[in-house]
Design a protein around this ligand. Structure first.
Ligand code: UDX
Ligand code: ADP
Length: 484
């Protein structure tokens, strides 16, 4: 490997869900490269330097502990880290705009722009600047404009797009063994050299065949496309879950039969209460917005439908809960099992639990929420901003966050499973049944529980994409609950 390609210092701007784990694994796999992760939030950096990291990811703490203060540093001193680095990752947040043009759809590139300006002001030597945050197509061009318009003599910038495909909850495994690494850059001699340099970093632990290089726009669009395809599969199976409930087909059986076709594949066909997370909705909205801007309304409408189906699924599930509970949940105690957008993460961004809780709260329910990883204050904050009243007092009166599932279910009329945490499968449902109001209902929004066993205990069970055996219910309660 040629010496001139060697990178010794990397800076990453943004110590969030992407920047933190990515650089920790990079430091772990490249002990000779000094990684400095910087953030403007002193609180976040303090947490990265403590025993309680700001995000929960299986295996992450062990890696951080092993490399921290050796070749992995977390700091608020952004200028020094920029000055020293040969390569800079930008992994700041790119939320959906909540104001002005493109409100509710376009990505807000304010933080990316701030980071680019900071680099332009501070850098005293040439840098490779790598856009890692998920951004709209042609965002690299904007970064380039800012950097090159402020370029000092003897300082040159190469801009690369290197989208991150890690999924939360499996971030460490995804980073150690990714399906592919994508690097987009300008197809000029300088651009290709920059691609080769970043590729060299990844080649420390990833086989070269898995490192793909493209032009910048293909790389940016591929990230949006990958998320749109994944979300589309979930919306497709969720749309069929409604057909299953109405006809007696079982969506898991359909998913298995369909997924065994090797052209289709079995992954991402798990019907659920709906997809959440910081990426799917944001990226599709962004894609829709771009298509509209390109005067491609049919393409925009096609992808918009993936989001609309997800909204429909979340609302449909919530309405089913209300209908089954005799069309009123007013003052009923409902235990919510899981608030994170998926298992093995404490992240609640766009979690379907917010929609379900919001609808139940609007109908006057009292919620007892249990999630093994989400902090109580996060839940209150999410529900306050989602609530129609935005009144923190209303939410605090109607919601209790419990640290134990058995406390959450005491005197509850129903349990609603919103996240597929493994521990929900091994709870003592006999004990739970004993402490609940009767008839006791379980609404399994993730299709993870043993429904037959629950029915035998006496529960009324409803789930996604399957009409449950009413004979069992008849035996237990002498009535058939309304399903549709
Ligand atoms: C996603 C992409 O997978 C990842 O490549 C990208 O970098 C970021 O966005 P993430 O949002 O962390 O990752 O989680 P993911 O595992 O994709 O799940 C997203 C949502 O879809 C979750 O709410 C999950 O519960 C839901 N889901 C997933 C389903 O409802 N059914 C499935 O079959 C799979
Ligand atoms: P992601 O999921 O994309 O990683 P996060 O919101 O988890 O997004 O993390 C983004 C991080 O970037 C936040 O911790 C935020 O404080 C940080 N950040 C945003 N803008 C800047 C900036 N200009 N300089 C330094 N850090 C920034």
């Amino acid at each position: 490997m040629s010496e001139e390609l060697k990178i010794t210092k990397i800076c990453c701007i943004g110590a969030g869900y992407v920047g933190g784990p990515t650089c920790s694994v990079m430091a772990y796999k490249c002990p000779n490269i000094r990684m400095t992760v910087v953030d403007k939030s002193a609180e976040r950096i303090e947490a990265w330097n403590s025993d309680k990291l700001p995000i929960y990811e299986p295996g992450l703490f062990e890696i951080v502990k092993e490399r921290r203060n050796k070749n992995l540093f977390f700091s608020t001193d952004i200028p020094t880290a920029i000055r020293e680095a040969e390569l800079i990752f930008i992994s700041v947040n790119t939320p959906t705009k909540n104001f002005g043009n493109g409100r509710g759809r376009a990505a807000d590139l304010k933080y990316v722009e701030d980071a680019a300006r900071m680099i332009a002001e501070t850098a005293q030597s040439s840098k490779i600047v790598v856009e890692k945050s998920t951004v709209p197509v042609r965002a690299a061009e904007s970064i380039m404009h800012i950097l090159r318009a402020n370029q000092k003599a003897d300082v040159r910038y190469d801009i690369l797009s290197n989208p991150e495909f890690l999924a939360e909850g499996t971030a460490v495994a995804d980073l150690i063994n990714p399906d592919r690494v994508l690097i987009g850059g300008e197809q000029t001699d300088d651009g290709l050299r920059a691609i080769e340099t970043l590729s060299w970093v990844y080649e420390r632990w990833i086989p070269k065949e898995r490192i793909l290089s493209t032009n910048t726009w293909s790389s940016e669009l591929s990230k949006l496309a990958a998320n749109a395809f994944l979300a589309q599969r979930i919306s497709s199976i969720n749309s069929l879950s409604a057909v299953c409930e109405a006809t007696g087909a079982d969506v898991s059986e359909v998913a298995k039969a369909v997924g065994l076709d090797s052209r289709i594949g079995s992954k991402f066909l798990q019907a659920s209460v709906g997809f959440g997370g910081s990426c799917f909705q944001k990226d599709i909205l962004n894609l829709v917005y771009i298509c509209e801007g390109l005067n491609l309304p049919e393409v925009a409408a096609y992808w918009q439908q993936v989001i609309d189906m997800n909204e429909y699924q979340k609302t449909r599930f919530s309405q089913k809960i209300i209908e089954c509970l005799f069309n009123t949940v007013s003052d009923k105690r409902i235990a919510i099992f899981g608030f994170a957008f998926k298992k093995n993460t404490g992240d609640t961004r766009e979690t379907p639990a917010i929609t379900v809780c919001k609808i139940l709260l609007e109908e006057g329910a009292k919620l007892e929420i249990y999630d093994p990883k989400v902090e109580a204050e996060q839940i209150f904050s999410d529900l306050t901003s989602a609530s129609v009243t935005e009144n923190p007092e209303f939410v605090r009166q109607a919601v209790k966050v419990q640290s134990d599932p058995y406390t959450a279910v005491e005197r509850a009329h129903a349990i609603v499973v919103c996240t597929e945490w493994d521990e929900f499968q091994s709870l003592d449902y006999n004990k739970i049944y004993g402490s609940m109001m009767k008839p006791a209902y379980i609404f399994d929004g993730r299709k993870i529980l043993d429904h037959d066993a629950l029915q035998k205990i006496g529960f009324h069970v409803q789930t996604i994409g399957k009409k449950l055996n009413r004979a069992g219910l008849l035996r237990s309660w002498g009535q058939i609950p309304q399903f549709n």
